[in-house]
Design a binder for this molecule. Structure first.
Ligand code: SF4
Length: 360
């Protein structure tokens, strides 16, 4: 069982970001968020969790006493199975030795939003993190010895060439992280910089291939379109969610999924604090199955017959094989199909968006 908690505060808004977050330094609003989260967790009938993912926003934007209160709230309400994975996202400019020490005591995994080691490229997309803050954050994480840690990178950035991308990949792979996420910059209508970024499909494809080739030199393997890890260090929370497992979600804009229906909390701090009802996403079961099928095709391993049959109410594996054969006719070479497994090829992963649309 999996739990996601959304912390909606950021120090500033990055130009490309379409996640729900608010630039808020008001301690009173932070207190209201923490109190409301505490109430919601205490009043929910919660199972024992195998994974927790705290994302945002910038969860590490809390100051030290707030972070202590946040952890006290989690500690009081959440129970975990032995060996559970507990992840939190952090931005380099928010980390202090005391905060990292606190996070290390509760979380088994930290994910650092670096995006690029090049200060000019970071500034081009509105990331306000100095060289000194970045170096300090890396030193702190390396010293804290989290069991697992991730570096987030973005490619296809304005002003970025393949040499710069290679430097980012090699720096990330050499800094001790066992997991690297590489996302291509996508223009988002809702973002501050909106459509200011032009998409360059050709450059994106070149950089996508470079990521796999270069990170492999460091024994960091692609296991999902945008995610790479040392074998055994994959993010279990994300793997579980991609496979359509149940998810409890808390905080504004958080989604939860009971195996059939998805509920999405309001993407507004004000409405969430007022207990506004979540949006309910009910779709026919066949469509939900198609959605689950498409999402896990993002992973390099794709679907194994047994894995598919473990989904309560799943249709026949033979139906999925038939669907895969049809997709193969539309996108030749995009799938690897055997009686027991359906997965996308390297090229297929690059065209996942189109393939998913076809499935849905
Ligand atoms: S990318 Fe992250 S840090 Fe930047 S505004 Fe979005 S949530 Fe905040």
């Amino acid at each position: 069982m999996n739990c996601y908690i959304h912390v909606p505060f950021c120090l500033s808004k990055c130009g490309y970001c379409a996640f729900f977050s608010e630039v808020c330094h008001d301690r009173e609003i932070h207190r209201q968020y923490l109190d409301h989260l505490d109430k919601q967790l205490k009043s929910a009938a919660l199972p024992i969790f195998d994974t927790l993912y705290v994302g945002g926003g910038t969860p590490s934007a809390f100051d030290l006493p707030e972070m202590q209160q946040f952890l006290d709230i989690l500690q009081h309400s959440l129970k975990f199975s032995p060996g559970a994975e507990r992840s939190i996202e952090a931005n380099p400019e928010t980390l202090t030795p005391e905060k990292v020490d606190l996070l290390r005591r509760y979380f088994t995994r930290i994910s650092i939003g670096i995006q690029s080691f090049d200060v000019q490229l970071r500034s081009n997309i509105g990331r306000q993190c100095s060289e000194a803050a970045l170096k300090n954050a890396l030193d702190l994480i390396q010293t804290a010895e989290f069991p697992h840690w991730n570096v987030d990178l973005i490619y296809s950035l304005p002003g970025q060439n393949t040499g710069m991308w290679e430097r980012d990949l090699r720096t990330a792979a050499s800094c001790g992280a066992d997991h690297i996420s590489c996302y291509s910059l996508t223009p988002e209508h809702d973002a501050v910089m909106g459509d200011a970024f032009a998409e360059d499909d050709e450059q994106e494809a070149v950089m996508f291939d470079m990521a796999e080739r270069i990170l492999r030199e460091y024994n960091i393997e692609r296991y999902e379109i945008s995610n790479y890890a040392h074998p055994g260090c994959e993010c279990r929370h994300n793997l579980n969610v991609w496979q359509g497992q149940k998810l409890y979600g808390f905080g504004p804009s958080a989604a939860d999924f009971d195996g059939k229906v998805r509920h999405i909390e309001p993407a507004s701090l004000e409405l969430w604090l007022q207990n506004a009802a979540p949006e309910t996403d009910v779709i026919p079961w066949t469509e939900r199955l198609n959605e689950i099928f498409a999402v896990n095709l993002r992973t390099v391993a794709g679907w194994h017959k047994e894995m598919w049959e473990r989904i309560p109410g799943a249709d026949l594996w033979e139906n999925r094989l038939g669907m895969a054969e049809k997709l193969q006719k539309i996108y030749p070479g995009a799938l690897n199909i055997s009686p027991e497994r359906i997965k996308l090829s390297g090229t297929g992963l690059l065209y996942w968006n189109d393939i998913a649309q076809e499935i849905l």
